[in-house]
Write a protein that binds this ligand. Structure first.
Ligand code: OAD
Length: 242
């Protein structure tokens, strides 16, 4: 049983978080009992086809998620990762599949939202308008704003069938990491579920943290069973220099 993970002076840590890291903040995961995909069909709210078919339904789904996220606070797992970043500096990289802003609210900075961000929007057309902060709720088709180019404003979210953001940077961080920790992700959605393979091929030590074994559990060197908010504080140990 793993009780502590020592990070050596030359180690570089790559962290991948999934919905489980925000569960103790009160945000539902996708595939657990009572998860988001129990109440919604992915193809009706989270695909380019859904947007073409019924943009109002898509915006209602993301407006509901904006409303829920606004009520939540970071939990001790988010804070533990922000603290680890302060200790490791540029030897730390956090990639999250989550679109909520709880990592940054806890103080994380070396952070990449590979599936987009709930509180950002952009034009549906590739017109050059940069994505922008947006915390408004759009509940009807008439409320959906338009860009100057005439395109509709859509959530800055990676839908199924779209390519996650900044994959080049992610793969270069995976190549140079010596340790990879995945926290609260079921290991079902690619490419994220394949990061553990990639890291192991580069010789990294890999660990999963969550209450259940993920689908890709067999590939990890270690699996630490428990809730992120209970396990993470104090799990990683950095020996003092000297
Ligand atoms: P899932 O809902 O598939 O998995 C959540 C994982 O979190 C499960 O393995 C749970 O066991 C675990 N979990 C639950 N409570 C936890 C806790 N307190 N601490 C730690 N772990 C806990 O969510 P993801 O794997 O993140 O993509 O889903 C991946 C992607 O699928 C999402 O980013 C989203 C979704 O469809 C898009 O929308 C593109």
């Amino acid at each position: 049983m793993v009780t502590g993970i020592e990070i050596g002076r030359r180690d570089r840590l790559f962290l991948l978080t999934g919905a489980g890291v925000s569960a103790e903040s009160g945000l539902p995961t996708f595939r657990d009992n009572g998860g988001l995909w129990n109440g919604y069909r992915v193809e009706e709210v989270a695909t380019p086809g859904a947007w073409t078919e019924d943009a109002e339904k898509v915006w209602r789904f993301y407006s509901m998620r904006r409303r829920d996220a606004l009520k939540c606070q970071p939990n001790s797992a988010h804070y533990a990762l922000a603290e680890l970043e302060r200790e490791l500096g540029e030897r730390f990289f956090l990639c999250t599949q989550n679109v909520d802003p709880l990592h940054e609210r806890a103080g994380s900075k070396r952070l990449l939202h590979m599936h987009g961000e709930l509180f950002r929007s952009r034009c549906e057309a590739d017109c050059g308008l940069p994505d922008f902060f947006d915390d408004k709720l759009y509940e009807s088709a008439a409320e959906i704003p338009r860009c100057e180019c005439g395109g509709r404003i859509r959530p800055h979210i990676v839908w199924f069938g779209e390519i996650p953001f900044e994959m080049d940077r992610i793969y270069s961080e995976l190549d140079r990491c010596t340790m990879l920790a995945v926290i609260g992700s079921s290991g079902t959605v690619y490419p994220a579920a394949g990061f553990v393979d990639q890291a192991r091929r580069s010789g990294a030590r890999t660990v999963y943290i969550g209450p259940e074994r993920p689908l890709n559990a067999a590939i990890f060197n270690d699996v630490v069973l428990g809730k992120a908010g209970e396990v993470l504080p104090g799990l990683f140990r950095i020996p003092k220099a000297g």
